[in-house]
Design a protein around this ligand. Structure first.
Ligand SMILES: [Zn+2]
Length: 505
């Protein structure tokens, strides 16, 4: 994410609001726990999603007795997010959306692997009304427990098996309050009059679909969106089909690369589409709200060139498509929604586009394991904008930028970017000191070794997850032990490190 302001640094986000979503313990379910487990898996999890075997980090226990899936996964900032005992492999979202009244009705069919025998399990869903839940075609019991759904199958589900859970739901989606993001109206679903958008980082995805809302759980997605004719419906991945009915239109998108829930997006509105082609025929589709001026659309034309620029430095573009959703939302932010970033009307420009593009490598293809480690995502995306400044405006421009940022850091005593705190998640530590960590490493080891470090780090964790320690390990392996102290000082110590060339009074 990048939260923009019109001021000089254009990045600060210091206030906080709202309260954390409440987490609630799972009630006892002794009445169903005695029922024998379902013996045969309906589909093989490994056959369905072969990438699981290589990169999956959700451990499976196929032997112990069925029990309730835990209500959260213990994230350092968002401990209630995500759910124990389940690994979603695929989301099939069949959504009917009226963007003018802001109404959504749908059926979400999740293919789920049971990580242990399950007497019940939970999913996040904010506010919307659930009409029915079925597991492999059999009705299941559902209760609201705080902000979550507690789903109890007729019979326990065997550990290691995969099953389909179909949830029919609907209503007028509302934003989810987040202590990290002070947007009025919360995060997730955004309704702007004639169109709807999504910006969910970190906990807004349940505003529009039931999910295992954690960066730990990657899945594939299909979106079938029915909207009034005349409206365009956009989502992640590739545009598969458009089917016209008498007064509506169904548009299908398929995301074939693993994706976590906060990066899922659905936008519906009277968009104007611009198609481009990137390196090796990569499909690029931009969607502009009609109110976006031609001058503000211009920067998006450089997308193919920007992708080629980052491929030289970060390695091959990691996904099957790219594009943009440029909204009429007044929210001063953009989000790296996977393969197709989403922009507020005033949050555009080359620097922002480059930031969201760079997230496709760092943040999306390589995700954090825990929200406290957001530097893995934002540090790299923010530094990509510095690199683009250097490329387009020359070495003096990045020298001036790094000098200005360094002076600002010193003056504000910007602390360590590792573990910035839940209310300061999108703060200066990650967005100003974050890129400076990489700039300092680059200054120490030179361009060739620096970019090799980034490419190696990405290649090792592509379609997976990484920690800050994983990056330090890769950097030390490539550049030798001398860089460890430099990285640890920049990443973990609160005092801003001294830099010889930076002439700060
Ligand atoms: Zn970002």
């Amino acid at each position: 994410m990048l939260i923009t302001r019109t001021g000089a640094l254009a990045l600060t986000l210091l206030a906080s609001c709202a309260t954390a979503p409440s987490g609630t313990a799972v009630p006892e379910l002794s009445s169903v726990a005695a029922t024998p487990p379902v013996p045969a898996p309906m589909v093989s999890a490994e056959a369905f999603a072969p990438w699981l075997t290589a990169r999956d980090i959700l451990a499976s226990d196929t032997t112990s007795a069925p029990r309730a899936g835990a209500a959260g996964l213990g994230d350092r900032y968002y401990p209630e997010l995500g759910n124990g005992g389940i690994d979603v492999l695929n989301y099939d979202l069949d959504l009917e959306i009226d963007p003018v009244i802001g109404r959504l009705d749908g059926v979400a069919t999740l293919t789920v692997r049971a990580l242990h025998g399950l007497s019940s399990f939970q999913l996040e869903l904010w506010k919307l009304t659930v009409e029915s839940v079925a597991i492999d075609g059999t009705p299941a019991d559902v209760q609201r427990v705080g902000d979550e759904l507690l789903i109890t199958p007729k019979a326990p589900i065997a550990g290691g098996s995969a099953f389909h859970v179909a949830i029919a739901y609907g209503g007028t989606p509302a934003g989810v309050p987040s202590p990290s993001v002070p947007f009025e109206g919360g995060i997730g679903w955004i309704h702007t009059g004639d169109s709807t958008y999504v910006m969910s980082q970190p906990n807004g995805a349940p505003s529009f679909f039931p999910c295992n809302d954690t960066p730990l759980d990657k899945a594939l997605y299909t979106f079938r969106i029915t909207a009034p004719r005349g409206m365009k419906a956009v989502a992640n991945g590739k545009l598969m089909s458009v089917e016209d009915h008498s007064d509506s239109r169904t548009t299908t998108w398929r995301a074939s690369d693993p994706m976590v829930s906060y990066l899922a997006t659905v936008a519906v509105g009277p968009f104007e589409e611009v198609v481009q082609e990137g390196p090796r025929g990569l499909p690029i589709r931009h969607y502009f709200h009609p109110s976006i001026e031609a001058a503000d659309r211009k920067a998006f034309e450089r997308a193919p060139e920007m992708i080629a620029f980052l491929e030289e430095r970060f390695g091959p573009y990691p996904f099957e498509s790219f594009g943009s959703i440029v909204s009429n939302s007044p929210i001063p932010a953009a989000l790296e929604t996977q393969t197709i970033p989403t922009y507020g009307a005033a949050a555009t420009g080359e620097s922002v586009i480059m930031h969201e593009l760079a997230h496709q490598w760092f943040g999306n293809s390589v995700n954090v394991r825990d929200w406290s480690q957001l530097w893995i995502s934002e540090g790299f995306a923010s530094y990509a904008s510095w690199l683009w400044t250097e490329h387009t405006r020359g070495p003096n421009a990045i020298a001036a930028q790094s000098q200005a940022m360094y002076g600002f850091m010193k003056q504000r005593e910007v602390a360590s970017p590792a573990d910035p705190g839940i209310e300061n998640l999108f703060g200066l530590e990650v967005y100003v000191r974050g890129p400076w960590v990489l700039h300092a490493l680059r200054g120490e080891v030179g361009d060739e070794a620096f970019f090799e470090t980034l490419r190696t780090f990405h290649g090792r964790h592509d379609d997976g997850h990484a920690t800050i320690e994983d990056f330090v390990d890769t950097a030390v392996e490539i550049n030798g032990p001398s860089v460890e102290a430099l990285l640890r000082t920049w990443l973990f110590e609160d005092e801003v490190p001294d830099v010889a060339e930076m002439d700060v009074p």
